[in-house]
Ligand binder design. Structure first.
Ligand code: NAG
Ligand code: NAG
Ligand code: NAG
Length: 525
């Protein structure tokens, strides 16, 4: 049986002997900050609340007032970040990961430390903040987000650690403690090779000067790091030399070996490993087997060959609406037909749709399999409230595509977070992801997506069967057919959402049901 990773839930489960499935349900209802920028912004607010309540108690802190300043500088606290600055901050996966890790792992320690001195005052605001700390599941999602970005885009770990994303250097990097957290998580997931890579990079960093003062509060991670690094190299070497040996056995050997190593022995092994020639050998072994990318990964990287027989024009022929206001129209694929309109969602509409996103729920990348904890992909909500803006958008879809549906249809609003993605899937009902009401309206003939956020890197929509990649452009709309003319599923409509590398990816989705199109089936070009 899997270990239930959430402490509260473990206690709850063992106390009342709930079934494990109930336990998973509890986890899934807990806030996951990592899977959307909306969530990450909430998390930034949690940190802000903690800082505000400390500052308001500054006069009670006594000697610890100095530590408060240290705390502020260690979290890179900036007074008065504007909303846009906060969005840019959490859109970068390095910042997002650091934020999540430090609140998950460090904030409770700071809380205990400060609480000691201001124990007499009213502590309810400080205590409330600690209740909002991200869960272990959320932390694991963040780790997987970073890992996904690294693998899908084939980023060099050293670059990622330094804040270089697809060749772009950002003014941020993973901290020493972030790198160790990545290594530890990989180790727990039995990906020993990846663990050793992260540990190796961490070992090349020093504890930053100011951080030495933090050691008393947060603990000194260096010695455990060195042990873990040596252990994972030993285990990885054993796996390479005896691939048939069960991994758990090798792990136990590694644990035993390092459990008895003295500090002197450890230091001496570390100084060997720091020798540049030995390190180069280690690097060669750790990085040698290069996986060739899957076809969808090639798509996510934007490396499909460009199609040449397509055109881009101002469209003004389809109907009265377009004659009045010609729109920039781009063919993406002729067979199956797929096209895009540009500049068709306005900033005021984007603000309105983001206003529909306060009750977002988790979307899952995989169907539930028994007690398996599913990957959260992104968060979504339905825009159901009556709204002139929503009606205008629906009417625009009708005008642009020629499809027929009532203008008060609900729309789906989705927001992606740290390394969020959606695995390859179909929008028609037999795929079973989310079954539409096919009896009254028919299956999903076509899909319409508006891109409503600024995505600087990654987050493309990829159709791997036909080698098509569409990068999100704020204000653009993409539509395609999921069914053949006779209503059979068209497997070429399979698509996925690539992990967002850096950005605030928002989409607005509408699925066009088949039956209402029977008499006005739109011309496909
Ligand atoms: C921060 O914002 C507050 C209110 O919005 C303002 O009074 C204050 O002067 C600002 N501080 C800085 C450093 O900009
Ligand atoms: C569920 O997962 C198990 C182990 O990962 C696998 O053997 C089984 O086939 C899966 N079941 C379904 C219905 O996917
Ligand atoms: C798609 O691209 C792959 C290479 O990534 C190529 O092998 C394949 O033939 C292409 N398929 C189509 C339908 O163009």
């Amino acid at each position: 049986m899997r270990k239930c990773p959430c402490v509260y839930v473990v206690l709850l489960c063992s106390a009342v002997l709930k079934t494990f499935v109930d336990c998973v349900d509890d986890i899934e209802e807990k806030e996951r900050y990592s899977s959307s920028t909306v969530g990450l912004l909430k998390l930034l607010k949690v940190e802000q609340e903690f800082i505000d309540s400390l500052i308001s108690k500054a006069d009670q802190l006594g000697d610890k007032f100095v530590s408060l300043r240290l705390y502020l500088s260690s979290v890179g606290y900036e007074l008065n970040r504007s909303y846009n600055e906060r969005v840019v901050y959490v859109s970068n996966p390095i910042n997002a990961f650091s934020l999540l890790r430090r609140i998950h792992k460090d904030l409770p320690k700071w809380h205990a430390f400060f609480k000691e001195d201001i124990g007499k005052g009213d502590l309810s605001t400080l205590d409330d903040v600690v209740k909002k700390v991200p869960s272990d599941v959320d932390m694991l999602s963040a780790v997987r987000g970073i890992q996904r970005i690294e693998r899908v885009y084939d980023l060099k770990l050293d670059d990622l650690a330094q804040g270089v994303l697809q060749g772009v250097q950002y003014n941020t990097k993973l901290t020493y403690r972030d790198l160790i957290a990545m290594g530890d998580s990989m180790y727990q997931q039995r990906d020993i090779q990846a663990a050793a890579k992260w540990y190796r990079i961490a070992c090349k960093r020093e504890l930053e000067n100011s951080e030495e003062l933090l050691v008393g509060i947060l603990g000194d991670p260096s010695e455990p790091l060195h042990r873990q690094y040596v252990k994972s190299l030993f285990i990885y070497a054993s796996i390479l030399s005896e691939p048939s040996k069960p991994i758990e056995e090798v792990l136990i050997m590694g644990e035993n070996l390092l459990a008895h190593a003295s500090l002197e022995e450890l230091d001496s092994i570390m100084s060997d490993l720091n020798d540049p020639r030995i390190d180069a050998e280690v690097e060669k072994v750790l990085y040698r087997a290069k996986r060739s990318p899957s076809n969808f990964e090639i798509g996510c990287r934007g490396l499909y060959r460009r199609k040449t027989n397509l055109e881009c024009r101002y469209k003004s022929t389809a109907n009265a609406f377009l004659r009045l206001a010609p729109l920039k129209f781009e063919e993406i694929s002729l067979d199956p037909f797929m096209a895009m309109y540009h500049g068709v969602l306005y900033d005021s509409e984007i603000r309105a749709l983001k206003g529909q996103s306060w009750n977002m729920v988790n979307g899952y990348a995989s169907e539930r399999n028994g007690t398996e904890i599913r990957d959260t992909v992104a968060r979504y909500d339905w825009w159901t409230a009556a709204s002139l803006t929503r009606e205008r958008i629906n009417q625009r879809i009708v005008d642009m595509t020629g499809f027929n549906f009532p203008s008060d249809e609900k729309l789906q609003v989705t927001n992606y977070g740290l390394g969020s993605y959606f695995q390859p899937h179909f929008d028609y009902s037999s795929d079973g992801f989310e079954t539409p009401d096919v009896t009254t309206l028919g299956d999903r003939l076509a899909s319409v997506i508006f891109y409503a956020g600024e995505v600087r890197q990654g987050g493309a929509t990829v159709f791997p069967e036909i080698n098509v990649t569409v990068f999100p452009q704020k204000g653009s709309m993409l539509y395609w057919f999921n069914l053949h003319d006779d209503g059979r599923p068209d497997i070429r409509s399979q698509h996925l959402v690539c992990p967002v590398v850096n950005g605030d990816r928002w989409t607005l989705t509408m699925w066009i049901p088949m039956f209402p199109q029977m008499f006005g089936y739109p011309c496909k070009s």
